[in-house]
Design a protein. Structure first.
Length: 355
């Protein structure tokens, strides 16, 4: 693990197993420089344990930067449960995993992510207070996906405005890859704003429903990134933005909800050199964590959450304007903003900058 490129001075990586429930999981805490590490719990069928570890390492680092850019007093962490989401989320397994989170004594706070539901978090809440995004309780914030979709929508409009001078989406061809809880809501917002939608998802019935209810054109998931469109919105799993995409995809703008969209770090510069305007994923998809963070803080205020999510559009515009004025890739600019806030936290922040 220490030798993989995905290890980035992580503070703590915990393996979790339970023979009785069959639970196998990983909790990765990247940084607590700004506060407790907050990040989602993902349930996925990984090809190997090492692949799961690498995913947790990448995602937890992304949460450090996401929370910093969103102005939250929280560090970055992530956890993954290995297995088919249909079978790996048994009540016994979720209780065992909640106990593992509880043993960390608040250093990590988990929330809903891919393959998990609000009901799962509710069940874990019976075991540990160190989860958020529940549907019950005085500070319950519920499903974070509407806030994630709202933030991506605002970031997308800021990206279009930076590229064209106007954020009018009328007749803009926008490709949405992934019609999960966030992708579907984003697609609806884009349709209401007048966009012409292309959609792709491995779940064929969802695409059929999108064609019927959103007037969307269905495209094969392998073809969508290279389709003729104005904006590409990756909303499924990461790694879809490759050097091949940067060099040959006929699209001008990228803004979506998926985490870790860059297949490799160098793709950030490749997109910039190719004239493709990329809105960093961990910047625009922070709406959900902003919502969950309000619950984790113990005083949920829907209005304050809404105002905080709206700042995503403003920060996106700032990042894109700085990138243009300094002729630097957008990801590099966003990274610098996040690191500036982290290093202001003192020695712990400096640790993240160590080679």
């Amino acid at each position: 693990m220490f030798d993989t490129v995905d290890f980035d001075n992580h503070e703590e990586v915990v393996s979790v197993s339970c023979t009785r429930s069959g639970l196998r999981a990983v909790i990765a805490i990247h940084s607590t420089a700004l506060g407790p590490a907050l990040g989602g719990i993902r349930c996925w069928s990984y090809d190997s344990g090492m692949e799961a570890i690498r995913d947790a390492l990448r995602l937890s680092r992304g949460m450090t930067f996401k929370n910093a850019l969103a102005g939250l007093d929280l560090g970055g962490g992530k956890s993954v449960i290995l297995g088919d989401p249909k079978t790996a989320r048994s009540p016994e397994a979720l209780r065992a995993f909640a106990q593992a989170i509880d043993r960390l004594d608040g250093r990590y706070v988990g929330a809903e992510d891919v393959g998990m539901t609000v009901a799962d978090i509710d069940m874990m809440r019976d075991v540990t207070p160190h989860v958020a995004g529940t549907s019950w309780g005085a500070s319950a914030s519920g499903d974070p996906s509407p806030h994630t979709a709202e933030g991506v929508f605002l970031g997308l409009k800021a990206t279009v405005r930076a590229a064209t001078g106007s954020d009018d989406l009328t007749d803009a061809r926008i490709g949405v890859m992934g019609l999960g809880s966030v992708g579907w809501k984003l697609a609806g917002m884009l349709r209401d704003a007048g966009a012409s939608l292309l959609v792709a998802d491995i779940n064929v019935p969802r695409t059929v429903r999108a064609a019927a209810h959103l007037g969307a054109e269905i495209v094969d998931p392998l073809r969508l990134p290279f389709a003729e469109m104005d904006v590409f919105a990756p909303c499924a799993l990461g790694g879809v933005l490759t050097r091949d995409f940067a060099e040959s995809a006929p699209v001008r703008m990228i803004c979506g909800a998926a985490n870790n969209q860059l297949a490799t770090p160098d793709v950030d510069a490749a997109l910039w050199d190719a004239g493709k305007l990329y809105a960093p994923d961990y910047l625009v998809n922070a709406g959900g964590v902003i919502n969950v963070a309000a619950e984790a803080g113990g005083e949920y205020d829907a209005y304050r959450v809404s105002m905080k999510v709206r700042e995503i559009g403003e920060t996106t515009a700032q990042v894109l304007a700085t990138a243009r004025s300094e002729d630097r890739p957008t990801g590099a600019v966003a990274d610098a903003l996040a690191l500036a806030r982290i290093t202001a936290a003192g020695e712990e922040g400096e640790r993240l900058l160590a080679p």
